[in-house]
Design a binder for this molecule. Sequence first.
Ligand code: SF4
Ligand code: F3S
Length: 432
Amino acid sequence: MRNGNKKTRHVTKTNKPSDSNTPPKWDPLRRISDNSAEVLKKVDERLDSLEKEYFKDKGDKDGNMGNILGFHGVSRRDFLKWTAVLTSTLMLPYVFRQRVARAANILTRTPFIWLDMSDCMGNTEAFIRTAHPTPAEIILNYVSVDYMESIMAAAGYQAEARRVETIRKHKGKYILVVEGSIPTGLGGKFLTIGAKGETGLKITKEAARDAGIIIAIGNCASYGGIPAASPNPTSAVPVSSVTHRQVINIPACPANPVNVVGTLVEYILVGKAPDLDNLGRPLWAYGGRLHDNCYRRGHFEAGEFVRRWGDEGAKKQYCLYMMGCKGPFTWNNCTTVEYNQDLSFPMRAGHGCIGCSQPAFWDRMSPFEKPNAEAKIFFPAVESTADGFGLGLFGAAGAGIAAHAIYSGVKRERDKHKEGKGKKEEGKDKKE
Ligand code: SF4
Ligand code: F3S
């Protein structure tokens, strides 16, 4: 095991048994009822009751989201467009669009506890520092964070009292977001927080116990990330390893705000966690492999690869597999949803995927700029979700992708060579 900590569990509790023979199904509505009228009635009742709880009067409710978005220069029209996109991303029928907007509004008032453990704070940074925030980022900026060490005004004992009070007052209702992995070495003493010097381990366990829902945001919280990479000196583990509660993993480095907000919106609508894959990730976001939706895929099939940074292939946006792209072994929606409101993602920016949504990516996917044959990756080559494939699965699949890439590349060179030879001979014939 390359990860030094043998206690690390990467697979979290899922609400769906893993069965490689069953096609993936994610349908938040079927968990409410099979009857569509009944579904709408129940969702509306839930939204009504949450609005009653979190908004004092009607004006307050209607003005909240509008005021926030207006302040950031996002028109009502743009917000509604965004809700339409989120509705389809969540694979909900169009009739849910207004309900998605209401859920996003409610989200800005739902109590949150956001813990920062062992990490670079990249997820927080990504949300609070964007120059042109998307509606998803704006919503995350305005959620009612009752406790967040990195940005809250309160400090010391006052801040800790706030956390304890939020847990007591909103028992079973608050959303717990954890960013970063949890060091467990020396009884957790590698990470102590606050005036009382409590360990991150203790704080996370306490906050997880009474949360309405637990979200592990980013790769470190989901799977240990870089702090848990070999030799894992602090025995860092993912959030799912320190609680018996279900944890929803939203990995990537940083997590895409759309995936975070989408998961939270679905929770507000349905009151339950989304369907998860066997790595604890929402299937609507992580159910597809990057390689299968990549705009460079045609070049992979044609054996057209970038072979050196800045070469002709790079200019023509050929496939980045030979430069180490791990898209064939990574499940996420970066290629379809993209970052910063459809602006870009690693391959569009010209670098291969480094697999930041997968467990132990730092150890398993490196070296990042070499193809997988040298990176010792053992994942399936078939087009499917990650379900049913063990992480330690050694097999022909990973090698199959490498073989395909090498074969198609060699074939292409051979064809080019033949073509060149043919042309030369043709020229000779003409001369004769
Ligand atoms: Fe896209 Fe990477 Fe697959 Fe090439 S190997 S098609 S760049 S995901
Ligand atoms: Fe990460 Fe790969 Fe997406 S590096 S951001 S999973 S393209």
